[in-house]
Structures are given as structure tokens and as C-alpha cells.
Design a protein around this ligand. Structure first.
Ligand code: NAD
Length: 300
């Protein structure tokens, strides 16, 4: 069993966006040494501005050199594969045999399995450890983490994961964390969309949206969307939860593709992927996912 990755291990962290920035910050606070990289110079300098002890590097490969583990927090599995393996300065070429890659992005499960095999051929391990809880729970290190991979590898990474999250679930083999994550986001998208439709209809009827949400939250219509997203982001129409429409659309396509790959007819998954992708085309890929309310209101 490899030794647990405890501080002051050196961690390469690639992807310092809405989620990666606070997550990498928690690793620094826990005493890990960080080598960081982001394709955006702005994201990189923001991070080292806030955490001067972190080492900014010029490529994924440079970040990986000498690191005990590499974490990716990137938009999707294709970007992860490019940053880790296929790109000209892929991180894998900088990693020492026997070290581990932890993909915390929400990637597609079958692509993750393929990446795991390709990394294993180079003597590197992979676990997928996507997260749930959004920016709010990334900021207070209370993310839920669903980890797929060899049990010993997941165990080795636990101290690291628990510096960023509150719970770590071992979901099974490589790719299973990503499968759980896509299915979770399908549920999350469905409840948000349903809540927005209910608010639009209720307001037309003359009901107060805030009152409606209070009643849902004491009733069987309660969900994470009614509890966490309605009052801060939807009712005031600021759409500032910090999770882009493009990322939600990607997760829903991943869930629908997974259903197809499993030979399961899941019509609502396909409908959801379609509606959210249309909303992304209409409102812009960087627009926050809570703006699905605006999209539905315009359709109504
Ligand atoms: P983001 O767009 O804010 O951050 C992604 C970062 O990756 C950016 O800083 C970008 O510059 C960088 N990047 C893109 N391509 C790169 C490359 N080739 N090499 C290096 N850096 C590159 O996204 P985010 O909201 O932080 O989400 C990251 C992942 O976490 C996604 O897979 C998303 O689905 C998932 N996720 C997001 C949330 C959320 O609430 N935002 C919640 C759970 C999971």
C-alpha cells in the first residue's frame, strides 16, 4: 500500500478556475507544496498573487515535474486528456513512474477509463474524484467527493481529498466517480429547471416567489435548488452561482450518452441535455446555469 499523501507532499494542480482556485488554496493552507498551471495567465497570476508560496509553472509538464501527485480541475475529459497525455507538454511526460493523477473535473466516464489504461502503460495511476457542492462548498472545503479507482489509490489520496472536501465516497472502478457525478448533475439540473418553471407559473398566478420558495422548503417540493439557488441567485435575477451553462450542458450530455452506452432508454435525460444545450446557445456558454430561469421565462 503506497504511503498516504500527507503534507508537505508536493502536488501539481492544473486548472485554477472557479473551483480549482479555492480547492488549491485549501491544499496550501493544509501544508502541501503546490506547483500550479493554468492556460490562462490571468488565472495563474491571480492564484500566485493570493498564494505567493505556490510555484507558477509554464506548462502542465513543468507543473508535474517532481510532484508526488497531479490534480486536474479542468472543463471536461477531453481537455484533461490533452493536458495530461496528448498535448505537446502533457503532464504525464513530466511525472515520475509510480505517481498518481487525480482528475477532479467532471469528465465522461468511458474517456476516463481509456485515460486510466493509457496512463497505466506509462506506470502512472489514475483516480477520478469529481466533486459536488459548487463554488460555495469549494470555498469552505466541504465538497462531496466521489472517487473511482483502485481502493489503495483512493486511500492514498484521502488526506489530500479531505483537505478540499467533507466526504469521500469510493464509488468503484476508474470512471465510476465520473458516472455518479453526471447522474447527480442530471438530478440537479432537473430539479432546478422544474423549480424555475414552478416559479414562472406561480408568479403569473400572482403568487410571491419568495413565499413559494419558503413553502417548497417546508414541503415535499424541497431540493438543493429551492434551498440553495432560489433566493440568492434566481429570484434576484443575478445568476451568479459560479457554474457555467456550458458545464451543465456538458454534464447532461455525458449522462445521456452514458444511458445510451448502457442501452437504457432515458428520455428525460435526453430532453434535459437538449433544453440546457439550447439555453447555452441562446444565452452564451459562460452564462451562469441559474439563468435557465431567464431562458424558460423567454420561452414562456
Ligand atoms: P472554470 O472554467 O472556472 O475553470 C477551468 C479552468 O481551466 C480555467 O481557469 C481555464 O483557464 C483552465 N483551462 C482550460 N483549458 C486548460 C488547459 N488545456 N490547460 C490548463 N488550464 C486550462 O471551470 P470550473 O467551474 O472551475 O469547473 C471545473 C470543473 O469542475 C468542470 O469539469 C466542472 O464541470 C466541474 N464542476 C464545477 C462546479 C462549479 O460549481 N463551478 C461544481 C462541480 C464541478
Amino acid at each position: 500500500m503506497p504511503a498516504p499523501l500527507t503534507p508537505p507532499a508536493t502536488i501539481a494542480f492544473i486548472g485554477l478556475g472557479m473551483m480549482g482556485k479555492p480547492m488549491a488554496g485549501h491544499l496550501m493552507a493544509a501544508g502541501y507544496r503546490l506547483r500550479v498551471y493554468d492556460a490562462s495567465q490571468q488565472a495563474l497570476s491571480d492564484f500566485v498573487g493570493a498564494h505567493p508560496a505556490a510555484l507558477a509553472t509554464a506548462s502542465a509538464k513543468a507543473a508535474a515535474e517532481g510532484a508526488d501527485a497531479l490534480i486536474t480541475m479542468l472543463p471536461d475529459g477531453k481537455v484533461v486528456r490533452h493536458a495530461v497525455l496528448d498535448g505537446p507538454d502533457g503532464a504525464a511526460s513530466g511525472m515520475t513512474r509510480g505517481t498518481i493523477v487525480i482528475d477532479m473535473s467532471s469528465s465522461a466516464p468511458l474517456g476516463t477509463r481509456a485515460l486510466g489504461s493509457d496512463l497505466a502503460a506509462r506506470g502512472l495511476s489514475l483516480i477520478d474524484a469529481p466533486v459536488s457542492g459548487g463554488v460555495r462548498r469549494a470555498l469552505d472545503a466541504s465538497l462531496a467527493i466521489m472517487a473511482g479507482g483502485d481502493a489503495a489509490d483512493v486511500e492514498q489520496c484521502k488526506p489530500l481529498l479531505l483537505a478540499m472536501g467533507k466526504s469521500v465516497f469510493h464509488t468503484g472502478a476508474i470512471g465510476s466517480g465520473h458516472a455518479v457525478k453526471a447522474l447527480n448533475n442530471y438530478l440537479s439540473a432537473t430539479s432546478l429547471l422544474s423549480m424555475c418553471e414552478a416559479l414562472i407559473v406561480g408568479e403569473k398566478f400572482g403568487l410571491d416567489a419568495g413565499d413559494l420558495v419558503d413553502i417548497f422548503n417546508s414541503s415535499s417540493g424541497m431540493s438543493n435548488s429551492t434551498q440553495v439557488k432560489a433566493k440568492p441567485f434566481v429570484i434576484p435575477r443575478n445568476y451568479a452561482a459560479g457554474f457555467a451553462l456550458a458545464l451543465m450542458s456538458k454534464d447532461l450530455k455525458t449522462a445521456a450518452e452514458l444511458a445510451d452506452q448502457m442501452g437504457v432508454r432515458a428520455e428525460t435525460m435526453h430532453d434535459m441535455a437538449e433544453v440546457w444545450t439550447e439555453a447555452m446557445h441562446k444565452l452564451g456558454k459562460d452564462t451562469d446555469h441559474t439563468a435557465i430561469f431567464k431562458y424558460l421565462q423567454e420561452q414562456a
